[in-house]
Design a protein around this ligand. Structure first.
Ligand code: TMP
Ligand code: ASP
Length: 238
């Protein structure tokens, strides 16, 4: 049995704990919500429980379809066991439709279709506000090898195909989202972090209603209800 030991990292939405097994950590999901690099702070009631449930479900779906993820098992309402990894300091953003910072940067209408998905890379750094970097930067800066970048790219396309179909079948358009990867002591790479409405833009098919953290970022109301709705659509239960 995995037992929780000392805290090793506390982020804006999650806490990581060591366990009695050096191979695994416990990832604890909080209700804390932040936006704009924590310039805006709040709480989304039961978000931790919902995000743990949704992330567990999606990681299992991806694993079944050949994607290696850090997910081991859901332990309880707010905790999952995950592989101990060294996380690359890179956030990969996949965009299937124009929204958010892309719309702002290029002066485009949110919701505009793209001819093909866009991949963007950001440096994971709170003090620098996660600046955008080029695809060649991680190798140039010694964060990743060329082979690791190529592997991550290949996994991202696989994940995007699986996830767009997954959400599509559940009445949701997957507009954009952020992924993180890490590697274990043997150099194997896994999809890490979480997959939830905190890091994805999810628009209800037909109505276009936003069902993700933009409701919190933009003060649109019905935040909790939207997370619950996504959870119901994904997992079938709450
Ligand atoms: P953006 O349009 O603000 O660049 O965000 C693109 C996607 O990435 C969106 O689904 C939200 C997600 N994201 C995070 O998960 N964490 C972040 O720090 C940022 C900036 C975006
Ligand atoms: N997660 C980031 C933050 O706290 C950005 C965001 O999701 O908008 O601040």
């Amino acid at each position: 049995m995995l037992t929780r030991k000392e805290k090793i990292y506390e982020g804006k939405a999650k806490i990581l704990y060591k366990t009695n097994d050096p191979m695994y950590l416990i990832q604890y999901f909080k209700d804390d919500a932040t936006a704009f690099n924590a310039k805006k702070k709040g709480t989304i009631v039961n978000k931790g429980i919902l995000n743990n449930q949704m992330s567990s479900f999606i990681f299992q779906f991806l694993e079944k379809n050949g994607v290696k993820t850090h997910f081991k098992e859901k332990l309880n309402d707010r905790e999952m066991a995950v592989r101990a990894l060294k996380i690359f300091p890179v956030e990969v953003v996949v965009r299937n439709c124009v929204a958010g910072s892309l719309a702002k940067r290029l002066g485009l209408e949110e919701g505009m279709a793209l001819q093909q998905p866009i991949l963007e890379f950001f440096y994971k750094s709170d003090p620098l506000d996660d600046p955008m970097i080029s695809e060649t930067a991680p190798v140039a800066l010694g964060w990743m090898t060329q082979k690791e970048v190529e592997y991550v790219n290949q996994e991202v396309w696989k994940v995007n195909k699986l996830m767009t179909q997954f959400f599509d079948e559940r009445g949701i358009d997957l507009i954009d989202y952020k992924l993180e990867f890490g590697k274990d002591a043997q150099g194997n790479i896994f999809l890490a972090d979480e997959i939830s409405p905190d890091g994805c833009r999810l628009w209800e098919k037909g109505t276009g209603e936003k069902l993700d953290k933009d409701r919190f970022r933009r003060d649109l109301g019905k935040v909790e209800e939207s997370y619950e709705k996504v959870c119901r659509l994904i997992c079938g239960t709450l």
